[in-house]
Design a protein around this ligand. Sequence first.
Ligand SMILES: NC(=O)c1ccc[n+]([C@@H]2O[C@H](COP(=O)([O-])OP(=O)(O)OC[C@H]3O[C@@H](n4cnc5c(N)ncnc54)[C@H](O)[C@@H]3O)[C@@H](O)[C@H]2O)c1
Length: 316
Amino acid sequence: MKILITGGAGCLGSNLIEHWLPAGHSIMVIDNFATGKREVVPSVPRLDVVEGTIADQTLVANCFDRFKPEVVVHAAASYKDPTDWKEDAQTNVVGSIHIAKAAAAHAAPRLINLQTALCYGRPAELPIPITHPTAPFTSYGITKTAGEQFMLMSGVPTVSLRLANITGPRLAIGPIPTFYKRLKAGQECFCSDTRRDFLDMSDFFSVMDLAIRADAPTGVFNVSTGEGHTIKEIFDLVAAHLELPELDVPVVPPAHDDVSAVVLDPSETERTFNWNATVPFAEAIARQLTWYDAYGVSDVYSHLAAPAVSKQAIHE
Ligand SMILES: NC(=O)c1ccc[n+]([C@@H]2O[C@H](COP(=O)([O-])OP(=O)(O)OC[C@H]3O[C@@H](n4cnc5c(N)ncnc54)[C@H](O)[C@@H]3O)[C@@H](O)[C@H]2O)c1
C-alpha cells in the first residue's frame, strides 16, 4: 500500500514508519522538522522524505501527483510555541485544508487524521464520550479542531482518531520524559493535580492497522484505555524506576491553560473496530522508561503556555 504520512519525522509518524515499512508498504513523508527529527527518517528503500511545510499548497499538490497515495495519515501538527497562533493556524488549519483538498482531488481512498483530546476542552463528563461537544480553548486545540472539521468535509473516506497520550520510542512531550530528565539530573519537580489516559504504542499500531484497511469504518473515534491516572502516579513510577529514595513532591493546582482531567471513553471504537487496548498502564510506563534508559530523553516540548516554573513538570 502507498501511505503518505504528514509529520512522518515526528514521534507517531516515525513509529508508524518503523511498523509499516517492514510490512512491505511504501511511504512518503512530508515534514518541516519543526519538532520532528531528520535522523528518524533515514534514506532507505520505499521511504521518500520530502522536506517542506504542508502550508505550501504547491508542495502538497506535487507530492500527491508524484506519489498517488492510497492512504493519507495526517500526523503533522504545530504546537511547540503556544503563543504562535499564526504558525498553529498555518499548519493545523491551512495545512490540513491543503491535505484534505489534495486527497479529494486525487480521489485518495482513505484519510486518517490524528486528533488531540484537547478538542473537548474542559470536559463536562468523564470518561469523555465520542458524542461530547468540542470546546477547545488553546491555540493547539482550536486549530486542530478546525483542521479535523475540514478533513471530515473533504468527501474522502475519513477516520479521525482522538488519541490518549501515546507512550513509546521518542516520546518528547508530557510528564514522563519531563520527570525522567529532571530526576536523572537531580532537579526538583512538582506534579500538577491532573489526570490523563495513556496508551502503549503497540495498541496505537493495532488500531492504525485496522483504520488503514479499505473496508474500515469512517468517522470520529476515541482511542484510549479509558483509564485515567494522576500525574503523581507517573512521578512515583519514574522515581521508583530510577531507584530514588521516596520523594515528597508537591502537587499543585493545574495551570490556567491546563485541563484537570482528560480521559477518553473508547467504548464506541471498541465496538466498531473490534479493538481493545491490551497493555496495562504500569507496563506501558515501564516500557517507556526502559526506552529512555537505552536512548535518553532529547528535547521536551509542551503546548501549554504555562509560566516558566511549571514547565518543570508539564502534563499533556
Ligand atoms: N503523541 C500523542 O500522544 C498524541 C496525542 C494526541 C494527538 N496526537 C496527534 O498526533 C499527531 C502526531 O503527534 P506526535 O506526538 O507525533 O507529534 P510530533 O511533534 O512528534 O510530530 C509532528 C510532526 O509534524 C511536523 N510538522 C509540524 N509542522 C509541520 C508543517 N507545517 N508541515 C509539515 N510537517 C510539520 C513536525 O516536524 C513533526 O515531525 C499530531 O497531529 C498530534 O496532534 C498525538
